[in-house]
Design a protein around this ligand. Structure first.
Ligand code: NDP
Length: 287
């Protein structure tokens, strides 16, 4: 039976480069997925041109029906999967102050989708498999300034309900106009993206506990500031350079590396160090 690797949101950017890298190095079937078939097929054609042949399937991570269809496809055709990279994401449309609707959309795509995927697709991940959640420097706890929530998210027995309440607290503030930029680092820029990515890195640790019995590793990582559409082309690294650490984590890292928050240089950071200087600063992106 072939081994199977899946990358969400891989029609462009870092996800595309990970698919490319996996096609070159992974001994098995690689899935390029996209929410939009046209963009997905164009990406596939680009890889075919250089002799790489991933499989393609539609997958909109924020659409439960689409996740169900993809789950059924994997189940029927392969029986399961071995590597899953949750990469799909968007950023706040207004980097300095996104409204409620946009904030909710960011959280749905960047965080809640991974809960749907956990429910529907994680059961298909085979024993000893690897799951990687592509987070961000925005996903480190040092992005948070609100003392009550720092304390709550630092609990070692953190539950998914804590994260849902954190999200609700944030979205309520956007809805009723009580959002306080001082609750977040860097004056509250890209606040929805920070909330979503902090939740993603935090839920990684919860997911690890749940999958421990099957020796599946679940880690989250920050890929560095990378030149993609998300950063409007600003960044220190190309997509191929940025794909190296994700590839290391799903192919080469010891299986004992579990529930970790990993920096783009492969260093494992203390996610709980809320006083650290790992948070995202918007001046690295725009003047
Ligand atoms: P891009 O914007 O280049 O690519 C994002 C990908 O996600 C696209 O393929 C996009 O598809 C897809 N996507 C968005 N929404 C959905 C959805 N609902 N369902 C399925 N796919 C979706 O971003 P990057 O490559 O820069 O980002 C990749 C990951 O790295 C993200 O998780 C991002 O948060 C993270 N990251 C990136 C950094 C950087 O500097 N670039 C820094 C820190 C973290 P479509 O083309 O249809 O929009």
């Amino acid at each position: 039976m072939s081994r199977v690797a899946v990358v969400t949101g891989s029609n462009k950017g870092i996800g595309f480069a990970i698919v490319k890298g996996l096609c070159q190095r992974f001994d098995g079937v690689v899935y390029l997925t996209s929410r939009d078939d046209k963009r997905g097929m164009a990406a596939l054609a680009e890889l075919n041109k250089i002799g790489l042949n991933p499989k393609y399937h539609q997958l909109d991570v924020a659409d439960r029906n689409s996740v169900v269809r993809f789950r059924d496809h994997i189940k029927d055709n392969h029986g399961g999967l071995d590597i899953l990279i949750n990469n799909a994401a968007i950023v706040d449309s207004d980097l300095r102050s996104s409204n409620y609707e946009n904030s909710k959309n960011v959280i749905d795509i960047n965080f809640k989708s991974v809960i749907t995927i956990q429910e529907l697709i994680y059961p298909l991940v085979r024993n000893n498999g690897r799951i990687l959640n592509i987070s961000s420097d925005c996903g480190h706890l040092s992005n948070l300034r609100n003392k009550i929530w720092i304390e709550r998210l630092s609990k070692k027995d953190l539950k998914i309900e804590d994260l849902y309440e954190f999200v609700d607290w944030f979205l309520e503030s956007k809805k009723n106009g009580t959002f306080n930029s001082e609750d977040f680092a860097d004056g509250g820029t890209v606040a929805a993206y920070r909330v979503a990515k902090m939740c993603l890195s935090a839920v990684t640790m919860i997911q690890q506990k749940e999958l421990e019995g099957r020796n599946i590793s679940v880690n989250s990582m920050h890929p560095g500031l990378v030149r993609t559409d998300m950063t409007t082309g600003v960044g220190f690294y190309s997509i191929d350079q940025a794909a190296e650490t994700p590839m290391y984590l799903v192919l080469d890292a010891p299986q004992t590396l579990k529930g970790a928050y990993v920096w783009f240089d492969r260093k494992v950071l203390d996610w709980y160090d809320y006083n650290a200087d790992y948070y995202f600063k918007i001046k690295t992106l725009v003047n």
